[in-house]
Design a protein around this ligand. Structure first.
Ligand SMILES: NC(=O)c1ccc[n+]([C@@H]2O[C@H](COP(=O)([O-])OP(=O)(O)OC[C@H]3O[C@@H](n4cnc5c(N)ncnc54)[C@H](O)[C@@H]3O)[C@@H](O)[C@H]2O)c1
Length: 279
């Protein structure tokens, strides 16, 4: 059977772990070629070994490579996009890299340097990725291309456990993505935001640690009683990346187990979580 992304060339930022790594594996399963990028060289090399063991070269039609990219550095993003010129040009970019800094907090607590750093990675990184993707799509005469930008559920609902810079940055991702989607709609370039709920990835789980109270404060809001898994986000990304979603544009694509639609949540045991592909 032909993969849902057969022959497409993709870049994923923040691909060394979490959502980015799960998405890499699924994209390869679906026939895409993937350039995994991340700020962490060691993380990328470890992730690539994992990818090669889960999707061995003999089972895939696309290629996979790694490249160190700091998304807050425009020339590095530009070079990553240009790297795919030799592959036939970019078709998909998943602007997924993001940080949630432990020193972030409410308006009094968040230091200015943390505010700037968060904006540089979470907002400017998405802008640079989108900008150079559009240039590449045009350069290669692409008529069907997809940009997926990772925002967050916290851009849609307020939280009494504030991380103001992070929340503001993700709100900016939603607004920017929506506008880009409309600007480029007649070129066939689609832009959608992914809005994950709190997940079982290092970004959040390292921060929560063993603090049961902090953990429960969040878990109680999940209708399913559990955090989301990165593979559950990755499946949504595959849909948004593929031509199956050709009429899905400018959405805040929420993958949250119903969290943002819940008033009072059910009691009882949590639902079973799917196994992540890189687990
Ligand atoms: N984990 C959650 O609860 C959650 C919820 C909503 C949204 N998100 C968003 O999902 C995205 C992916 O996060 P994740 O949960 O998979 O976390 P993660 O920490 O596993 O992955 C983030 C990756 O981004 C990389 N990165 C950090 N700064 C970078 C930079 N300047 N340039 C390039 N790469 C950089 C990290 O090295 C890491 O590999 C982020 O944008 C995050 O804000 C996460």
């Amino acid at each position: 059977m032909v993969g849902r992304l057969e022959g497409k060339n993709a870049i994923i930022t923040g691909a060394a772990g979490g959502i980015g790594l799960e998405t890499t594996i699924l994209m390869l399963h679906e026939g895409a070629s993937v350039l995994m990028t991340d700020i962490s060289d060691a993380g990328l090399n470890k992730a690539l070994s994992k990818v090669n063991s889960v999707v061995p070269a003999s089972t895939r039609t696309g290629k996979v490579e790694i490249k160190v990219v700091d998304v807050s550095n425009e020339s590095q993003i530009e070079a990553a996009v240009a790297h795919l010129d030799a592959w036939g040009g970019l078709d998909i970019i998943f602007n997924n890299a993001g940080i949630m800094h432990p020193k972030d907090g409410d308006s009094e607590e968040c230091p200015e340097d943390i505010w700037d750093r968060t904006m540089n990675i979470n907002v400017k990184g998405v802008w640079y990725g989108s900008k150079h993707a559009v240039r590449a799509f045009r350069r290669h005469g692409k008529k069907r291309a997809s940009v997926i930008n990772t925002a967050s559920m916290v851009a849609l609902v307020g939280a009494a456990t504030p991380q103001l810079a992070y929340t503001a940055s993700k709100g900016a991702v939603l607004a920017m993505t929506r506008e880009l989607a409309i600007v480029h709609a007649r070129e066939g370039f689609r832009f959608n935001s992914l809005c994950p709920a709190p997940l079982n990835t290092p970004l959040l789980q390292d921060w929560l640690g063993d603090d049961k109270e902090k953990r429960f404060r969040r878990e109680v809001h999940f209708p399913t009683g559990r955090f989301g898994e990165p593979v559950e986000q990755a499946h949504a990304v595959i849909f948004l990346a593929s031509d199956e979603s050709s009429f899905v544009n400018a959405t805040d694509f929420v993958v949250d187990g119903g969290l943002t639609k819940a008033y009072v949540t059910p009691e009882g045991p949590a639902t079973e979580a799917p196994r992540n592909l890189a687990a």
